[in-house]
Design a protein around this ligand. Structure first.
Ligand code: GDP
Ligand code: MG
Length: 455
């Protein structure tokens, strides 16, 4: 055991709730629990994993709250230490009092993420799994949740570990060979494992682009001339009346952002005011904001009213979206079509798709959501694969891929093997950073400081 002290924290969110939990972990968890929790029946002997009924008492024996307590005996607990969870009533006051009593009885207030840090340091989970608990808590869509669960279950760790094991084996051979430079590098023992590990890390690295989208989402901006139906589309995609819609052109004067779940990808939809020049000072600010939104968007929804002919303004706005991945949305499909989109389609260098919708009847909205998600995800279907969702992991995988590419190329070119060994060592190190074998205390502190207290 690396720690000798016992930590305590409120593990449930701040605010009122049916129950709130104070969590204790460490060698003295049970001793401290005995000081603050008095079981109704059965005395001071705790049977692990059995919920007991009783009350919280202060130093004078005064009752503070009615509560339940459960003991998890090391190593069968979240942290692998002795853990006691006390379930109080979920108000700020009983929880604070119970925590204070635990601190008085000898516990130390836990740092953010310290329970999970202990689970990692005590070897119950590796670093990628520890980080997955945070992703799980913060998941915004079902897909994000699924990916976090896979990572928590060790999906990513197993694959990274497998690649790393291949490399460690190859490295042993390489190191031995350094002393016998006249020997040939054995294909089977060195090149094959290096290529296998390279393929594995490359696959994981490629999936990271998608994984990060599911985790962090993307920004989609709606642009188009007044009254094309941008605000109506935003409302329809969100399935709430968020933006004000009227037949009066110029109703939307400011940009407005809201997150929609489009096929598992959390997409921030940004509704914009006009985007072409105007004399109205308020509108002019709106125009400026619209341009800025356009500049930071991952994808553009270029909305045109397909019940009217294309106008010069449509083309001018379309020109502003050149260079960005764009989906053309022909709205008002419930009206007879008057639109020939050809001039616009022909001139646009980065148009990805053309979808016809009606914000009024809902026609084409599902297709629009799917098109946006697929355009962002880049079409390759990685469903069911382990997807890296963490920028830190992606960066480490990137370094590992680079080192392995250069190692394989060097071996093939007959470059001295001590140089190859340097690259392979660096790749082993980088992969170890994902699972936590090779990270320093500073990095651990940074990672766990993003957690909430009590996790
Ligand atoms: N018939 C029809 N009218 C629509 C549709 N979408 C929007 N509108 C109407 O077009 C007008 C302008 O819509 P709005 O969403 O405010 O457009 P914006 O200026 O681009 O944000 C409103 O009167 C809407 O009710 C549609 O799909 N079909
Ligand atoms: Mg509008």
């Amino acid at each position: 055991m690396l720690y000798t002290d016992t930590i305590a924290a409120v593990a449930t969110p701040v605010g009122e709730g049916g129950v709130g939990i104070v969590r204790l972990s460490g060698g003295d968890a049970l001793t401290i629990a005995r000081r603050i929790f008095r079981p109704r029946r059965g005395g001071e002997q705790y049977q692990p994993q059995l919920l007991r009924y009783g009350k919280i008492v202060d130093e004078q024996g005064q009752s503070i709250d009615e509560a339940l307590a459960v003991y998890f005996k090391a190593p069968h607990s979240y942290t692998r230490e002795d853990v006691v969870e006390v379930h109080c009533h979920g108000g700020a006051l009983p929880l604070r009092r119970t925590l204070e009593l635990a601190l008085h009885a000898g516990a130390r207030l836990a740092e953010p993420g310290e329970f999970t840090l202990r689970a990692f340091l005590n070897g119950r989970i590796d670093l990628a799994q520890a980080e997955a608990t945070l992703d799980l808590i913060q998941a915004r869509t079902q897909t994000g949740l699924q990916l976090a669960l896979d990572q928590l279950g060790g999906g990513l760790s197993r694959q990274v570990q497998a690649a790393r094991d291949e490399l460690i084996g190859a490295l042993a051979y390489l190191t031995a060979l350094v002393d016998f430079p006249e020997d040939d590098v054995p294909e089977q023992e060195v090149l094959r494992p290096l290529r296998t590990a390279l393929a594995q890390t490359e696959r994981l690295y490629r999936g990271a682009e998608q994984g990060m989208l599911y985790r962090y989402g993307a920004r989609a901006v709606l642009v188009g001339r007044p009254n094309a139906g941008k605000s109506s589309l935003l409302n329809a995609l969100l399935q709430v009346e968020r933006a004000i819609v009227t037949p009066v052109a110029g109703t939307t004067r400011d940009t407005l952002e809201e997150t929609a779940n489009l096929h598992g990808v959390p997409v921030v939809l940004i509704d914009t005011a006009g985007i072409t020049e105007t004399d109205d000072p308020v509108e002019r600010i709106g125009v400026e904001r619209s341009r800025r939104a356009l500049a930071t968007a991952d994808i553009v929804l270029l909305v045109v009213d397909q019940s009217a002919p294309l106008t010069a303004e449509d083309l001018a706005i379309a020109a502003l979206t050149h260079g960005r991945p764009t989906v053309l949305v022909g709205n008002k499909a419930d009206q007879p079509s008057q639109l020939d989109p050809q001039p616009l389609l022909a001139a646009h260098p980065t148009l990805q798709a053309h979808v016809v919708t009606s914000a009024a009847t809902g026609t084409g909205l599902a297709e629009l959501g799917e098109t946006v998600a697929h355009t962002l995800l880049g079409h390759s279907d990685l469903t069911g694969e382990t997807l890296v969702t963490n920028p830190r992991h992606r960066e480490a995988l990137y370094r590992s891929v680079e080192h392995l590419r250069s190692a394989v190329a060097a071996l093939e070119a007959g470059i001295p093997i001590d140089l190859v060994a340097v690259d392979v060592t660096a790749a082993v190190q980088a992969l170890g950073e994902v699972t936590g074998e090779t990270v320093g205390e500073d990095l651990l502190a940074t990672i766990f400081s993003r957690f909430c207290i009590g996790k």
